[in-house]
Design a protein around this ligand. Structure first.
Ligand code: SAH
Ligand code: SF4
Length: 347
């Protein structure tokens, strides 16, 4: 038997074409999609679809779901963290954050990650597989249903490196924007990357309106390679050039993520060097006190260090802020909940 296809990763025109090709009426595709959007988990639940078509769909396609295995709610704010299981039993994490301008969700793009950043819980757990577009959508749909809210912004900052799974991510962005679907436009999507340079050019060439966030975490290659193996393949100079190109191609300001690790990358000298590297760029620096991950030995920079770093960048004309930490009591940054779950015998 041939392997079943992932129906939720198909666009409406693709499904229409498939059904027509197989002798079904075109409008059935729309009906099928409506059921899928309602979150049905089997074709049997599609009440207004004739039995024959349901059977056809069932032999040919599968419906991917993200099932809530664990849910943690912050006592301090409304941040919710989910551990989802997928059809094949893999686990991924996602976080929902409420701001006054809307509800934002941080989703995963891979099960694990190949990039091996030393401060990251996901990086420490290795790589299992890419997520399909529908598995990225399924995280948002599950949270919307569970919390009864509309997610207005999406950040690809959960587990995984989105540019290492660009094909599926591009399809996800397309499906996300569908008016009858989640209807989340590219401008409301942020993709965070550790800096895979050729893929940044590829993304820029698509001229999408998504926001690009680049995990820099160091002012130079010498420090960067200590925590990010990817820096060996793509030196910072090339990375910054690609970021400039992204801005020129899309007009979207690039954000740099900078996790502040005590004694590693947080001195005033580091701040001055970073400022000089970023001079003249239309960018924003997001400083994040590093989250402690068991076994790394890294500690977050203290408040004075954080403030001093921001001040130096700002004085040199670089927009910089320390990111407000939401859900600090449940935060275990992405990857940690899964590690804990597996350790406790969840898998
Ligand atoms: N792979 C992508 C996106 C997922 S990681 C990337 O690296 O950009 C999302 C963000 O979380 C990245 O900026 C990453 O560097 C950061 N991050 C990972 N572990 C962290 C930790 N322990 N503390 C603070 N930030 C962390
Ligand atoms: Fe992968 Fe991003 Fe974690 Fe690095 S920080 S290991 S790229 S998920």
């Amino acid at each position: 038997m041939t392997e079943k296809l992932d129906i939720k990763s198909m666009t409406l025109p693709e499904l229409e074409q498939e059904l027509e090709k197989n002798g079904w009426q075109r409008f059935r595709a729309k009906q099928t999609r409506e059921w899928l959007l309602k979150g049905v988990t089997s074709f049997d639940q599609m009440k207004n679809i004739p039995g024959g078509l349901r059977q056809f769909l069932d032999t040919r396609y599968y419906i991917s779901v993200a099932t809530i295995e664990k849910k943690l709610i912050s006592r301090y704010d409304k941040t919710v963290k989910y551990l989802f299981s997928l059809n094949d039993g893999e686990f991924i994490e996602a976080v929902v954050m409420s701001y006054h301008h809307g509800v934002s969700m941080c989703i995963s793009t891979q099960v694990g990650c190949k990039m091996g950043c030393t401060f990251c819980a996901t990086g420490k757990s290795g790589f299992s597989r890419d997520l399909t577009a529908s598995e990225m959508l399924a995280q948002i749909e599950a949270a919307q249903r569970d919390l009864n809210v509309r997610i207005s912004n999406v950040v690809l900052m959960g587990m995984g490196e989105p540019l290492d799974n660009l094909g599926n991510v591009l399809r996800f962005i397309e499906l996300c924007g569908e008016e009858k679907g989640l209807h989340i436009g590219a401008r409301h999507i942020t993709l965070s990357t550790c800096g895979i340079v050729p893929k940044i050019y590829e993304l820029a060439s698509r001229k999408l309106q998504i926001n690009l966030a680049v995990s820099l975490h160091a002012p130079n290659d010498e420090i960067r390679v200590k925590t990010m193996p990817v820096a060996k393949a793509y030196p910072m100079e090339e990375l910054l050039k690609a970021c400039r190109d992204y801005f020129d191609a899309t007009g979207r300001r690039v954000t740099f993520e900078y996790s502040m690790i005590s004694g590693v990358n947080d001195s005033d000298e580091n701040a001055r060097e970073l400022a000089s590297r970023l001079e003249g760029m239309n960018c924003h620096v997001n400083l994040i006190p590093v989250n402690t991950v068991e076994g790394t030995g890294y500690r977050k920079s203290n408040i004075q260090r954080q403030q001093s770093f921001v001040n130096i960048l700002t004085a040199k004309g670089i927009a910089a802020t320390v990111r407000r930490t939401l859900g600090s009591d449940i935060n275990a940054s992405c990857g940690q909940l899964k590690r804990k779950h597996i350790k406790e015998g969840g898998k």
